[in-house]
Design a protein around this ligand. Structure first.
Ligand SMILES: [Zn+2]
Length: 495
């Protein structure tokens, strides 16, 4: 790919860095080290660059380029970025690297950033830019300049055009539901992911979803429904990061099934199945009483902590919705509170935990505030039986807890040497031993919700490499589920 960028009005003193390129970004090895024909010039002519690389550390580090003299005026940067389809040497990572398939190519282009006092390439970095070009498929065709648009490269194993038609209809219903102005561009990109297909990443107001040979259209639908909720709802300003993920992720899970269902885009049975997946994972989670303040420190180390903002958050919102509806005889709901949070952001008012608590106090008084703090401190969240409308009632089912069978911290260490094996666990019975090296990292968040899915670890022991497969489940416990009440017809299901 030939890249040419123009940065107007740059002033960079001699000895100061002119360009900064990530060598690794979000754990993805970039093209920075492989660029060919890098040529940079300003209004006085060509510039010679000296490079200095950060020491590799963390998920992002940079190459810094220094010019041989002071830089002034319009700077032009040209280079050729080679496209290889080599696997990311750093393992699982979002689909950001430059990759080609069937004559198309794509990649995250927020890499090459320059420094400018006011605007320029730093602005490009912040806004996020994803590029897909060459021979690609688009929907709708021709691509509009605003509103929903999508593009994909390669031939997915599902009907991408029909999936994108579904997604565009859902996007339209989100615009109405969240009272958002139409017209803003929203793009969905699809491409293959050879390491961890099924996930995706948000870039600016776009979503990059990934697939492989086994991806089903149905599974992709709720992923897209989830990601688009994020676009409209956003995150809390404070507390930042994982301490407030109950809000963004809880709402994304709550609405990922609720809004497509209300719009008639998924059947009632699929709504219920997705709800019970969440409920099954939460009520069998042995660590579901983890207080919010402990989540950031344990988030990456244990999948049972990592899923809590999603599961507990979404059930908290379901409970709150039921309480507000009961108190107002169905005239008001959670939707009103969420829309008021979104309206605050549009008006430039703070969108933080304090603002949320104030809205809850207005709706339910101190009882609502106490429920919020109980959820945050790890008390079990249990929505009433009729929380999801007249068609469903709460029940319990015997489900098995997730049990990895050894210290899960091992999976986030570079060496991945098994320790803390639980005697008698499924992992131990399958032949796993303390001291075994796990060759490849394994994702667990999804499997935790799937009672019958086995886990396969690729093991190295005594110079031999072999797989060990087991069902990562422990004790059976009664877990809350919701079931369909046969007496109520589908058309009366919606609240
Ligand atoms: Zn999410």
């Amino acid at each position: 790919m030939d890249v040419s960028e123009v940065a107007p009005e740059l002033q960079v003193a001699a000895g100061k860095p002119l360009l900064r390129l990530p060598l690794v970004s979000s754990n993805v090895t970039t093209v920075a080290d492989a660029l060919e024909d890098l040529r940079v010039r300003d209004s006085r002519g060509p510039l010679w660059l000296t490079i200095r690389d950060d020491r590799p550390s963390g998920l992002m580090f940079f190459r810094h380029c220094y010019a041989n003299r002071a830089v002034a005026g319009t700077v032009t940067i040209r280079y050729r970025a080679p496209i290889t389809n080599a696997l990311n040497p750093r393992g699982a990572a979002p689909p950001l690297e430059l990759r080609t398939e069937d004559g198309g190519f794509s990649g995250d282009a927020d890499g090459a950033t320059g420094r400018s006092a006011e605007r320029g390439l730093d602005a490009l970095y912040e806004s996020g830019l994803y590029v897909m070009g060459g021979l690609v498929h688009v929907y709708p065709a021709p691509l509009p300049h605003e509103g929903f648009m999508s593009a994909w490269q390669g031939e997915p194993p599902f009907d991408a055009r029909s999936l994108m038609r579904w997604t565009r209809t859902l996007y339209g219903s989100y615009l109405r539901f969240f009272r958002a102005p139409p017209g803003q561009p929203y793009a969905v990109f699809l491409r293959r992911n050879l390491v961890n297909a099924g996930g995706g990443v948000e870039v600016g107001r776009s979503f990059v979803g990934t697939f492989d040979e086994d991806t089903k259209e149905k599974d992709f639908e709720l992923t897209l429904a989830h990601e688009m909720v994020h676009t409209f709802v956003g995150t809390l300003d404070e507390p930042q990061g994982l301490l407030s993920s109950w809000y963004a992720e809880g709402l994304a899970v709550y609405y990922q099934r609720g809004l497509p269902w209300r719009a008639g885009l998924i059947p009632t049975a699929e709504f219920l199945a997705d709800l019970d997946t969440t409920a099954g994972r939460y009520y069998t989670d042995r660590l579901n009483d983890t207080p919010k303040r402990e989540i950031p420190a344990r988030f990456w180390a244990d999948t049972r902590v990592r899923v809590l903002p999603y599961d507990r958050g979404s059930l908290y919102f379901a409970h709150l919705n039921a309480e507000i509806r009961r108190r107002t005889h169905g005239r008001r709901s959670l939707d009103d509170l969420v829309r008021r949070m979104i309206a605050r952001r549009r008006r430039g008012q703070p969108v933080n935990e304090a603002a949320w608590i104030a809205l809850v106090r207005q709706a339910l008084g101190s009882r609502g505030v106490a429920q919020f703090h109980a959820m945050m401190s790890g008390k079990l969240v249990l929505p009433p039986s009729d929380a999801f409308g007249p068609c469903f009632e709460r029940t319990t089912a015997p489900l098995r807890r997730y049990q990895l069978g050894f210290d899960s911290q091992v999976l986030m260490e570079p060496a991945r040497i098994v320790r803390g094996l639980i005697p008698g666990s499924a992992a131990a019975r399958a032949g796993l031993r303390d001291g075994d090296r796990i060759v490849k990292p394994v994702p667990q968040d999804a499997i935790q919700a799937q009672q019958r899915t086995t886990l396969t670890l690729l093991i190295e022991r005594g110079g031999k490499t072999f797989p060990i497969t087991y069902l990562p489940r422990g004790a059976t416990v009664p877990a809350y589920q919701w079931r369909r009440r046969a007496a109520v017809p589908d058309r009366d299901c919606h609240l």
